[in-house]
Design a protein around this ligand. Structure first.
Ligand code: ADP
Ligand code: MG
Ligand code: MG
Length: 545
């Protein structure tokens, strides 16, 4: 238990120190590829954008305080989470029940339903050519200040496009560098090198991708010539985060990467009729390439599928012998609804049994960790829930029996507890949730048949009074060239979200997995949301306290 007083953070800076620190931080970022593409003036919905100029990623000047014990605990739990989500993805019956379009959330959520139907059709045709799945995961946490102690609580578990590994490594390196090169950090006794943990997420994520590539290449010729495909969004601004993975794959593992959008793939991708190998051909390059592994940095949101044919392309990729990161079942396993379903009595415990499958070189006592995993969860339930515990919880609210007609207990409880809740749909990428006071009006407007698409989650109440200096490069209204990019530094009260990265390569047998690094994103408390890409938060690192 830390006795750190969060409201004393950060140490005071004079205006001169602030200016010098901002210059050091942004210069470091520009020198080390801690970069973003500026907003596009002419969005494309087909080809990947060609970078011509870059800006530094949104940054925090001074790292966020985080208790050492909770930071370690989050890292240690990651292996259990890696195995848990591997097992969820392998449990077809569970996914059908929870995410499917016949019994589960896919009935009410069109996007989830479409992905599930595509997967079902493929497996019913016996067309799953690849038994292995790769997950590059990120488990996200906030500190919950409850009853005078701080607890680590999970926000969500991402199984697709878990981003900011390489940029978070560089944000940590930036903080270490400005610590070493300036005197400002002597302002606090906490700001010592020992309190800045290592971050080598890039090599860890790339290890996962390279292990999939090796596992695919049964023949040496294939291993040498096959490539990894990155499926990217045409208007992606976070391209440098992806490039760092690409460089590391080539430089450390001699693996080439091809970047394409779903639009490109509609033309370039085909399956070898006998082996189901995914082959990419290009009109400008006569030699086609076999793909060992497909890394999806797109296809997590409905806008990635502007017409039904885009789903056809996604399903073609699924049918191939390439290892998918993630496969459709692993993408579905990352749904908010799965997170909620796991909290129900006995569900987690069923997945975390020590029998059956093998995993990793280290034996994990999964059963023994079930309680630790549960301890990271906030209360969650479905808006259409009629479970006994939800009905029992309604008893605390005397008016709940009246005039509610057919409104299910889960929705009624959400209305009563709205000030301490967030509602989440089955979406990724930020900007989709409904918070606290906005909930009652939202519930009034929500059609009954859409309730099932949402979960209610208790809000994590983070320690208050912590401030941070957030730096953004933003193009001014006067033009689009580099000269007109302004820097904005604000000192605001902040919330910092910790993400722990891990990978898992799995199939019917062993799970090869590892915890590989971490990320901190910091946002002003005035914003409920947290995504960097969505513009709500900045990249940060930790100072352990
Ligand atoms: P997404 O998949 O879109 O990133 P999240 O579940 O991570 O969805 O929610 C987005 C943001 O909303 C989080 O980064 C966090 O800042 C905030 N948030 C989500 N759930 C909670 C919660 N239970 N308590 C407090 N903040 C939350
Ligand atoms: Mg999130
Ligand atoms: Mg997410």
């Amino acid at each position: 238990m830390t006795s750190f007083n969060f409201s004393t953070w950060p140490p005071q800076l004079t205006p001169e120190q602030l200016e010098a620190l901002t210059l050091s931080a942004t210069t470091y970022a520009l020198s080390h590829g801690l970069l973003y593409l500026p907003p596009s003036q002419s969005p494309s919905n087909t080809q990947p954008r060609i970078p011509t100029t870059a800006i530094h990623a949104p940054l925090s000047l001074i790292p966020a305080p985080f208790p050492r014990a909770q930071f370690q605990a989050a890292r240690e739990l990651q292996s259990v989470y890696n195995v848990l989500y591997a097992r969820v993805a392998m449990d077809t019956q569970f996914l059908d029940t929870v995410m499917g379009a016949e019994e589960g959330v896919g009935k009410a959520d069109e996007f989830t339903g479409t992905l599930w139907r595509g997967w079902k059709k493929i497996r019913e045709h016996g067309a799953l050519a690849q038994p292995l799945h790769l997950g590059l995961f990120r488990s996200d946490y906030l500190l919950h200040a409850a009853e005078d102690r701080l607890a680590l609580k999970q926000v969500e578990f991402n199984t697709i496009s878990s981003s900011f590994g390489p940029l978070s490594e560089r944000a940590a390196a930036m903080h270490r560098n400005i610590l070493a090169s300036t005197s400002y950090f002597s302002a606090s006794p906490h700001l010592t090198a020992d309190n800045f943990p290592e971050n080598s997420t890039t090599s860890g994520l790339v290890e996962g991708l390279s292990k999939a590539h090796e596992a695919y290449g049964v023949r040496e010729s294939v291993q040498t010539f096959a490539r990894i495909l990155f499926v990217v969004q045409p208007n992606e601004r976070n391209v440098f985060d992806q490039q760092w993975l690409e460089y590391e794959l080539l430089e450390k593992h001699q693996i080439h990467v091809i970047r394409q959008t779903l639009t490109d793939l509609a033309v370039s991708a085909s399956l070898d009729p006998s082996t189901h190998a995914l082959i990419l051909t290009s009109p400008t390059n006569s030699s086609p390439h076999e793909i060992s592994t497909i890394y999806f940095r797109a296809t997590y949101t409905p806008s990635d599928f502007p017409s039904p044919s885009y789903y056809d392309t996604r399903f073609l990729l699924e049918r191939s012998r390439a290892i998918k990161c993630p496969s459709l079942p692993l993408q579905l396993a990352g749904g908010k609804k799965v997170q909620e379903a796991l909290t129900r009595p006995g569900v987690l415990e069923r997945f975390l049994n020590n029998e059956g499958a093998k995993w990793g070189a280290r034996a994990l006592d999964l059963t023994a960790h079930a309680a630790d995993i549960r301890a990271t969860w906030m209360g969650m339930w479905a808006l259409d829930s009629e479970d006994v515990d939800i009905v029992a919880a309604l008893d605390h609210f005397p008016d709940s029996g009246q005039a509610q007609g057919s409104v299910p207990p889960g929705t009624r409880l959400a209305r009563h507890k709205a000030p301490s809740l967030v509602l989440k749909p089955q979406r990724e990428g930020g900007g989709n949730n409904v918070y606290r006071e906005a909930i009652p009006a939202f519930l009034d407007a929500l059609p009954a048949e859409e309730r099932e698409a949402w979960i209610a989650m208790e809000m994590i109440e983070t320690p208050r009074g912590v401030s941070g200096y957030l730096v953004r490069a933003s193009p001014s209204s006067s033009g689009t060239d580099n000269e007109s990019i302004e820097k904005k530094v604000v000192r605001v009260e902040v919330i910092s979200e910790l993400g722990i990265f891990g990978y898992a390569l799995f199939g019917e047998g062993e799970v090869v997995e590892r915890e590989v690094g971490w990320l901190v994103r910091t946002k002003g408390t005035e914003s409920n949301e947290g995504g960097v890409a969505a513009g709500f938060s900045v990249l940060d690192s930790v100072v352990l306290v």
